[in-house]
Design a protein around this ligand. Structure first.
Ligand SMILES: Nc1ncnc2c1ncn2[C@@H]1O[C@H](COP(=O)(O)OP(=O)(O)OP(=O)(O)O)[C@@H](O)[C@H]1O
Ligand SMILES: [Mg+2]
Length: 354
């Protein structure tokens, strides 16, 4: 990750020749990488050191290939002292199955499904925005590290994550929600991400625990499709309050959703309920509901699995359009049928977890 390399390079730059005991990294208050241009905000311990500190930053970063231009600014207040790390695990505990709680986050909600393309990311983003509009403090983590779509959905393409003076990742704020995606850390959209085993585990853990989320009522996790490495790693290691399962009312989608539901049950994550996406189409001319993929299948599935249906969301071309434009429908058209469905779901989810 570029930001880590940057902090390492700054850390290796001693300031002893200036009579300071800190290294350069310890003076960093904020850092932001946009494309190949880096903004660094440094604490200025003594006036008159501006030029020499700027030169040291440039020298330290000259070897970092991603950084072409460095802008250094100065602040008179020192960076906050790092908070003590979380208590270490108890001796003898099995680290692989100790479910860690994300500090300051009341409820972590996973949005999953067995099948791809059923609208998980759309649901995760709109649910997060609806909860925020209802007055809750909300975060959205794009845990689909192989195919992040949250940057597009929220109009945050090209956005870069920053690291603060405590060396923690600072999420990007949009529509009142704190957002983090691997998309904010990759040099380009086309950059492939390949993580497996312990590396994957490390990346995901960093994404949840090395982040300055602040106090949140809900952190929504947008999972990749399926029941693979990411889902299992998270399920076994992280204290997740509940899962929301997204499906469309077709047999092919429901068959995969059954697998996802069983997986959540196996790893003891309560399934809060099912969201039926693309449930029907409301014809603009006669306002009738047309059940394009059939009616009743999701209800049958839900009752067979003892699950609640949290809501049904109609098919609406505006959803896809607005998603591509980076303004989810809950924000762009809050009075639409789709947005109302999302607000209804948000209220039920909040109720179930309260
Ligand atoms: N209710 C809806 N009406 C119309 N289009 C929708 C609706 N829900 C989702 N879509 C569209 O369907 C496509 C797939 O949605 P989305 O990316 O949210 O699915 P996903 O399950 O996250 O996919 P993946 O498995 O690839 O992560 C997107 O183009 C989205 O805009
Ligand atoms: Mg998705």
């Amino acid at each position: 990750m570029a930001v880590k390399d940057i902090m390492d390079a700054l850390r290796s730059e001693s300031l002893e020749d200036l009579g300071l005991k800190e290294n350069l990294a310890q003076l960093v208050k904020d850092i932001k990488l946009v494309g190949s241009e880096l903004d660094v905000l440094l604490y200025l311990p003594k006036t008159g050191l501006e030029d020499v500190l700027r030169a040291k930053v440039e020298k330290a970063l000259s070897e970092i290939p991603d950084v072409e231009k460095v802008n250094v600014k100065f602040a008179s207040a020192p960076p906050q002292q790092p908070q003590p790390q979380q208590a270490p695990q108890m001796p003898g505990a099995q680290p692989a199955f100790t479910k860690r709680k994300v500090p300051e986050v009341k409820h972590l909600i996973a949005v999953g499904s067995g099948k791809g393309g059923v609208g998980k990311s759309t649901v995760a983003a709109n649910l997060a925005l609806a909860l925020a509009k209802l007055g809750y403090r909300v975060g959205l983590l794009d845990a689909d590290i192989y195919g992040p779509s949250v940057p597009t959905l929220l109009g945050l393409k090209g956005e870069r994550a920053t690291v603060n003076e405590r060396n923690r990742i600072v999420p990007v704020e949009k529509f009142g929600v704190k957002v983090l995606s691997i998309g904010f850390m990759l040099p380009s959209e086309e950059t492939p991400v390949i993580w497996r085993g312990p590396m994957l585990m490390k990346a995901l853990t960093q994404f949840l625990f090395d982040v300055e989320w602040g106090e949140l009522d809900y952190l929504i996790l947008d999972l990749p499709p399926g029941t693979g490495d990411v889902q299992l790693t998270l399920a076994q290691n992280v204290d997740i309050s509940g899962a929301v399962v997204v499906t469309t009312p077709q047999d092919v989608a429901l068959a995969d959703v059954k697998k996802a539901t069983s997986m959540f049950k196996e790893v003891q994550i309560p399934v809060l309920g099912v969201i039926e996406n693309m449930a029907y189409f409301i014809c603009p001319s006669d306002k009738q509901k047309y059940y394009i993929f059939g009616k009743g299948k999701t209800a049958e599935f839900a009752s067979a699995y003892g699950l609640k249906i949290l809501g049904s969301i109609p098919i609406d071309p505006e959803v896809a359009e607005k998603s591509d434009e980076g303004e989810p429908v809950v924000v762009s058209n809050p009075d639409s049928d789709v947005a109302r469905a999302f607000y209804g779901i948000a209220r039920i989810v909040a109720q179930e977890l309260s």
